[in-house]
Design a protein around this ligand. Structure first.
Ligand SMILES: Nc1ncnc2c1ncn2[C@@H]1O[C@H](COP(=O)(O)OP(=O)(O)OP(=O)(O)O)[C@@H](O)[C@H]1O
Length: 747
């Protein structure tokens, strides 16, 4: 309904909008000027002063980024109370020169009725208005007038701002998720504004807005609890890099820049794990028994010689009894410290013994000098070092795990202590130097806990950073000389070096957090959480000892055999049943006709799970197209062209079984491939069911449903995921007969 009634006519709304943009421009100009000033100062010569200047500049840059991100749709709504109060709702809050609020941030408590009023339960509202804008111009209004007298026979729809919602959900897709601040629904609002402490599980079917609500929750929590969360940051864990790319623009659009997005494969800093996994290995690697296996593998690296320890030195022989070695090892283990942290104690004990032994062999007592300096001197001998390192080597997680996978005998010993069967541990074996898979990342993290640090790694990192910094300053000094700027003295080499650094010093919370394995986040959001293995949960839980978490997922979509069958199975171990669950029941993505097909599949494979209720009627009837069994790519290029023409500017996804992937790539040489995040920019992309998880497309072509069903123990769930990616059109291409559970499709 387009209205021009009320104290704010269309013209008046446009004037208000213009006024808000003027305030926004002024705020941007002020911030930009302050930033220029901060960058102009060289920050002084001390490191401390330079860091302070960087921090100020980074904060101003973030503020400027926030102000830039709200340009589109700055103000999108207005609420009128029965007491005559009027508030405009927008992406940020703005006040005029008398500090009167002219725009209320969507996250502020005052904005809440905009998201909760329904015709049957309007609360204090007389009217809710949605404002549509293009650039800075008002293009339309949509009013819902709540009549308290008519409440008894009011429409009991639970949708909030139905017309605006339907306009939003029918929009063509761009390959990137957008924000929904203008049309958040009541059940989503409850999730977004739930309190910070504790674990909130958000369970909902495909397209119910779990991801988008979780991201709005991150923005809301940062707004309401900025003091805690700005320092500690928020971590969002997603299923893969493509998905993270798909959602990365939502938070900047919400004005938030202090969030770390990471897939499980990126949770161990410094490693980007994502290589293909050996079939079956994912389940073994995700099993909690892996913690015991790794502990056993570490203990196995703390050795004693079979007989006496003998080291040749300067033509002579140093000798230490096996008993002394056993005593030193047991004492070092008894400290209960991680392997690398306990190593110096072990080494020192052996070195002292070796010095004593040496003196005894010479038939004289140790003097004080020898007692004090002897161990250090011996440690300087390469032969001694090599002998002791072999007993208790310094280990990195990468070395421990890589060497373990490549050593079947060591694997067998460790696996036996953790009660794995031969069939299980043999799935872990692989050649040295193999790339890391996603399921390895939690194991590297576990290994890092067991190994700890003897301080040497941190010292080495600091030395490397200092070397790099000196190198940059030398280079900058050269540049200053060549350009003649050195004489003008407007900028010094240290300041110039800072500007050269590709990613700048790690001054933001997000940057520091992402680089630090032991960083403790203020809140963690796990999306597609049903896919996480028990070992991945251990890693995630380490990042958030306060257990302030939002866990978002759908048990009906679990594709990983190592994933969750119930939330309690994964969470009770950490919070002892103290997690609360919110359910999202409405599907905003998939039209009813497509959802009916997907619901048939769900009924067949997981009858205990409920499909969500689609908010959109109709849609083009989904169809099935048969192709020859021996040529699954036949006619696919023409079909994809036809579908692309039907959706215009939108995006198309081809979701394919593993068996047909090659044939589909050959048939569609121009389509992007799902494994790369850039693929989302392409009009058409070919994906596996795992890669398609969490994404959506205007048109979806599912190739080889029978192959998807048979492709894994969770094939039914995978097919359900594939069918529910479409926002407008669905075509199922089947080589051979159509599986019975898809009988509803038009052939
Ligand atoms: N209140 C809303 N207003 C407008 N669009 C919405 C709303 N809620 C959800 N959507 C849209 O519906 C689509 C599905 O949302 P989202 O991807 O968050 O669902 P999901 O529950 O995570 O789905 P899946 O389980 O399939 O990954 C997105 O395009 C999202 O923008």
């Amino acid at each position: 309904m387009d209205s021009s009634q009320g104290c704010f006519s269309r013209d008046a709304e446009q004037r208000h909008l213009t006024c808000l943009y003027t305030l926004l421009d002024a705020a941007r100009e002020q911030t930009a000027a302050a930033l220029r000033e901060a960058q102009r100062q060289d920050g002084g010569r001390t490191h401390q002063a330079r860091v302070e200047r960087e921090v100020t500049a980074a904060e101003l840059a973030r503020r400027l980024a926030r102000l830039s991100a709200v340009e589109h749709g700055l103000c999108f709504g207005r609420i009128d109370d029965r007491d005559g109060t009027t508030l405009h709702i927008g992406r940020i809050g703005l006040r005029d020169h008398d500090l009167e609020p002219l725009l209320v941030d969507w996250r502020a408590p005052a904005a809440r009725p905009f998201y909760t009023a329904t015709p049957g339960s309007p609360g204090p509202l007389l009217r809710r208005r949605h404002l549509y804008t293009r650039l800075r111009t008002l293009t339309g209004l949509d009013d819902e007038v709540f009549d308290p007298d008519a409440m008894a026979d009011a429409d009991h729809s639970t949708l909030v701002g139905e017309a605006a919602l339907l306009t939003a959900v029918r929009r063509g897709r761009t390959g990137r998720m957008g924000d929904i601040v203008a049309t958040i629904q009541q059940e989503q609002d409850q999730v977004i504004r739930a309190g910070l402490p504790g674990v909130l599980v958000v369970q909902g079917g495909p397209g119910t807005g779990k991801t988008v609500a979780a991201l709005h929750r991150a923005a809301y929590l940062l707004y309401m609890h900025r003091d805690v969360l700005e320092r500690r940051g928020v971590l969002v864990v997603g299923p893969n890099a493509t998905f993270l790319r798909y959602i990365e623009q939502v938070l900047p659009a919400l004005g938030e820049t202090e969030v770390v997005l990471a897939s499980v494969g990126e949770l161990y800093p410094g490693v980007r794990a994502g290589a293909p996994e050996q079939p079956g290995a994912e389940v073994v690697k995700g099993d909690l028994r892996m913690a015991a296996l790794l502990a056993a593998a570490v203990a196995d690296r703390q050795r004693v010689p079979d007989g006496d320890l003998v080291v040749g030195l300067d033509g002579a022989e140093l000798r230490l009894s096996r008993e002394s070695c056993v005593r030193a090892r047991d004492r070092a283990r008894a400290q209960g410290r991680p392997h690398n942290a306990a190593r110096p104690g072990f080494l020192r004990a052996l070195l002292v013994e070796l010095v004593r032994e040496q003196a005894a062999r010479l038939g004289r007592p140790l003097d004080a000098e020898e007692e004090r300096f002897g161990p250090g001197e011996l440690w300087g001998e390469p032969a001694v070092r090599a002998a002791l390192d072999a007993l208790w080597p310094p280990l990195t997680p990468q070395r421990l795990l890589g060497e373990l996978y490549a050593d079947p005998a060591a694997l067998r010993r460790a696996a036996a202590r953790a009660e794995f069967t031969d069939g299980e541990w043999q799935l872990l074996a692989r050649p040295p130097g193999s790339p890391w898979t996603t399921a390895d990342a939690p194991l590297l993290d576990e290994a890092a806990e067991l190994l700890g640090d003897d301080g040497a790694q941190e010292r080495a990192r600091r030395r490397a950073a200092e070397r790099e910094r000196r190198e940059e300053e030398r280079y900058a000094q050269g540049v200053l000389q060549v350009t003649g700027l050195a004489e003008q003295g407007t900028v010094d080499a240290a300041a110039l070096a800072d500007r050269y650094r590709a990613d700048g010093p790690a001054v933001s919370t997000a940057q520091r957090a992402a680089r630090d394995r032991e960083w403790v986040y203020g809140h963690v959001i796990v999306d597609e959480a049903q896919e996480l293995s028990a070992m991945a949960w251990r890693t995630v839980m380490r990042r958030v000892p306060t257990r302030s978490m939002t866990v978002v997922g759908d048990l009906a979509q679990t594709g990983s055999a190592a994933g969750a069958r119930s939330w309690g199975e994964m969470l009770d171990r950490y919070v002892g049943g103290r997690w609360r669950e919110a359910r999202l029941l409405v599907n905003y993505r998939t039209p009813a006709s497509i959802m009916a097909v997907a619901a048939d599949v769900l009924r067949a494979v997981a009858p205990d799970q409920q499909p969500p209720e689609p908010v959109r009627d109709g849609g083009d009837p989904p169809r099935a197209v048969r192709v020859p069994e021996d040529d699954p790519g036949a006619g696919l290029a023409a079909l994809v062209r036809e579908e692309l023409a039907a959706i215009g500017e939108g995006r198309l996804g081809v979701v394919v079984s593993a068996g047909c992937r090659e044939a589909v790539h050959a048939a569609l040489p121009d389509a992007a491939r799902g494994a790369s995040p850039e693929a989302l920019d392409s009009p058409a992309v070919v994906l596996s069911t795992a890669e398609a998880k969490g994404l959506e497309f205007d048109a979806v072509v599912v190739v080889d449903p029978a192959g998807i069903l048979a492709g894994s123990p969770k094939g039914g769930q995978d097919l359900y995921v594939a069918l529910t990616r479409a926002t407008r059109r669905l075509t199922v291409v089947h080589p051979g007969p159509l599986p019975e559970l898809l009988g509803r499709l038009v052939r």
